[in-house]
Design a protein around this ligand. Structure first.
Ligand code: ATP
Ligand code: MG
Length: 344
């Protein structure tokens, strides 16, 4: 042993990554501050197996003690939250019995692991969503080429179906593109002064007809003037369009939809309320996930892609706002957005 343990302590203490040292009989001899912060149970003088149960890590450690060299092992540290580490192990300080000390350096790879996981889940979701209209399109083409070749009536029907499905695919792609554009803009604060009363009344006007088809009425419940907010008008219009569109789609026939505004000290609270099926509290936080739908087939029949609220959430975040969702039989389903106002 060339380097005294105190000196190793001093050296590894300078490193920002969690580091620990194991002697040739697998006893933990040193752990730096970063290491103890990540693994609070680390105690020197104990067998390393006491803290780290990962078989691959222990196996690599023993191999290096016996034969020297180095290794990289990925371990999953159980606990809440679960974390993943890339551990690099290297031999040093060979003893007179030809055994080695092992230095382990831990790199926390949880974030990249998680984003890799959510990226692949996202790709799987997109493929799944595009596959069903694509299957219908291919089936219709086959029918037009075969059985419906000389049947003008069937041709009209199948072409209509194809048009619908192609439009659906276009919507998915357009919405995904606008989501990714918003991700890029997330850190660029919007710069226009927006009159929210204009945004709300425009939403009422545009969607009035759609509401009437279900015998619903849209009511604007807001003071005569509202303070402006720093925002991007088109995006804010999209937020209320998506929320009222949902209120019409998921609200009951013959009910009222209210678009409201309340002025607070330094913020504006805007809400859309409708009455219909109640969304249970455990499902509420999931509504803004991409492609999440409480009732997939109902939403799909209504032409939904499950991206509307994900877009709303992104826009609200970009406006430094907060989105709150409540749902109950008596109070209805209410989406409230609080946005800071331009009052200094
Ligand atoms: N006002 C509401 N009342 C009850 N459920 C709602 C309401 N708004 C949204 N939801 C639920 O949340 C899900 C996600 O909504 P979102 O707007 O993201 O997608 P969508 O309406 O299905 O499709 P898209 O908005 O892309 O047309 C809906 O499928 C529905 O189950
Ligand atoms: Mg929607």
């Amino acid at each position: 042993m060339d380097t005294p343990l105190e000196q190793i302590d001093e050296l590894i203490g300078l490193l920002p990554l969690p580091v620990c040292v194991v002697n040739p009989v697998r006893i933990l001899t040193n752990a730096n501050k970063a290491g103890k912060a990540v693994f609070p149970r680390l105690t020197t003088g104990q067998d390393i197996a006491f803290f780290m149960r990962d078989p691959a890590l222990l196996e690599a450690c023993v191999k290096i003690i016996e034969h020297g060299g180095s290794a990289e092992v990925e371990v999953e540290e159980l606990g809440t939250p679960r974390r993943f580490f890339n551990v690099s192990l290297s031999a040093f300080n060979k003893t007179s019995e030809n055994k080695n000390y092992v230095m382990m350096i831990f790199t926390d790879v949880t974030l990249s692991k998680e984003s890799e996981k959510s990226r692949s889940a996202f790709v799987a979701n997109v493929s799944h969503e595009l596959r069903s209209p694509l299957t219908t399109l291919m089936g219709s083409i086959e029918t037009l080429q075969g059985p419906a070749k000389n049947d003008p009536e069937a041709q009209v029907r199948f072409l209509g179906l194809m048009e619908q499905e192609a439009a659906r695919m276009k919507r998915i792609v357009d919405e995904l593109l606008s989501l990714s554009k918003m991700e890029i803009q997330a850190h660029m604060p919007p710069e226009e002064d927006v009159d929210m009363l204009g945004v709300l009344s425009r939403t009422c006007d545009v969607l009035e007809n759609q509401a009437h088809k279900k015998s619903m009425t849209i009511i604007l419940d807001a003071p005569d003037s509202l303070p402006t907010v720093r925002g991007e008008r088109d995006q804010l219009i999209q937020v209320f369009h998506n929320l009222v569109d949902n209120a019409i789609k998921y609200g009951d026939e013959n009910t009222k939809i209210t678009i409201g505004a309340k002025v607070n000290d330094k913020s504006l609270e805007l809400f859309v309320q409708n009455f219909g099926g109640v969304v249970s509290s455990e499902k509420l936080p999931r509504l803004t996930e991409r492609f999440y739908r409480v009732d997939k087939s109902r939403s799909r029949d209504l032409g939904g892609t499950g991206l509307g609220l994900a877009i709303v959430k992104h826009i609200v975040n970009r406006h430094r706002g907060a989105l709150d969702i409540k749902s109950s039989k008596s109070g209805g389903t209410v989406f409230s957005i609080t946005i800071p106002t331009n009052i200094n």
